[in-house]
Design a protein around this ligand. Structure first.
Ligand code: SF4
Length: 308
């Protein structure tokens, strides 16, 4: 079975101690059963630290006890480096830590992966990629016994391919491409109202108060996003989320979500004090952390996209 990924994927690497928004704080970090068993076998001072740092819920699911107001992982040291890696090597990480910020979508005949925009290094890489993104093979286990594509999988991939072709048509301005995508997916071909969406998003679960503050005064704005950056953002959303069609989410909701995300980021960028790539990467990172990485918020957003 082959694993496919966007063309920028092989160039990703974590910036570790240089990361301003480490993924090792502010989230609950669950520990998978195999890693939990391994941690139990670790001896010495680090083994003792592990036992003191891990809690279990009523069902026996293990997770790291977060520390302080910033809710830091107990192994994240003052230099923002991981003491587990420093003591035991990268192989000692639990699945979540080893994989982040990678995400996966599994089809019967292929696996797709990518890097999520809640990571600042990923946001920078994805949004500053110049060429139209293509899919490349990043892994092949050599087994040919893949199942044939399911009808749902095949139609999802066919529609997603058409949508990505539309979004990568650089002969047209991005808003025109978005309207074409909405029309193809059965949605009203108008770019969603940023002010209405901002009001809705600020009523959802909020992780970072800075995000709520930004949404507070947002209104519709003229198009200010650089075209290539906007294209890469939209293609990322479509590549990552259209596979939800195989779980019953409609193409209309998914296209509406991508269009609304564009409208909100564009409006946030329009009122930014300084318009530069770093500002834009940070806006997108915040959006991703607040919306994409909260299942509850993502469901709420998809529901609204379906209704509007
Ligand atoms: S957010 Fe990204 S760059 Fe930062 S520590 Fe996590 S994986 Fe590394």
């Amino acid at each position: 079975m082959k694993t496919l990924a966007p063309s920028y994927y092989p160039y990703f690497s974590c910036i570790a101690g240089d990361c301003r928004h480490t993924c090792c704080a502010g989230w609950e970090i669950d520990i998978d059963a195999d890693t939990r068993a391994y941690y139990r076998s670790v001896g010495g001072a680090i083994g003792e630290r592990l036992e003191n740092a891990i809690e279990e819920d009523a069902e026996g699911n293990a997770y790291f006890r977060l520390c302080g107001e910033e809710e830091r992982c107990p192994f994240l040291n003052r230099s923002n480096l991981c003491d587990l890696i420093l003591s035991l090597g990268e192989e000692a990480l639990c699945d979540i830590c080893a994989e982040h910020p990678r995400y996966y979508n599994v089809f019967s005949d292929r696996t797709e992966t990518g890097i999520g925009l809640c990571c600042e290094a990923a946001a920078k890489l994805v949004l500053s990629w110049e060429e139209p993104v293509r899919l490349v093979v990043v892994d092949d286990d050599g087994f040919d016994d893949v199942l044939p594509p399911t009808a749902e999988g095949a139609s999802c991939l066919a529609l997603r391919g058409q949508v990505i072709d539309i979004l990568q048509d650089r002969t047209k301005p991005v808003p025109a491409r978005i309207r074409e995508m909405l029309s193809l997916c059965g949605a009203f071909p108008v770019i969603p109202d940023a002010g209405m969406w901002a009001a809705y998003l600020s009523g959802l679960e909020i992780l970072d108060p800075a995000w709520q503050k930004m949404l507070g005064t947002l209104t519709a704005a003229e198009d200010v996003l650089p075209e290539v950056t906007a294209e890469q953002f939209l293609v990322y959303l479509v590549y990552r989320h259209f596979p939800k069609m195989t779980e019953g989410v409609s193409a209309r909701a998914l296209a509406g979500f991508a269009a609304a995300a564009y409208a909100v980021i564009n409006a946030l960028y329009a009122v930014s004090e300084s318009r530069n790539p770093e500002t834009l990467w940070e806006l997108v990172r915040l959006f991703s952390a607040e919306i994409e990485y909260s299942e509850e918020n993502l469901c709420a957003v998809l529901e609204l996209a379906l209704r509007t």
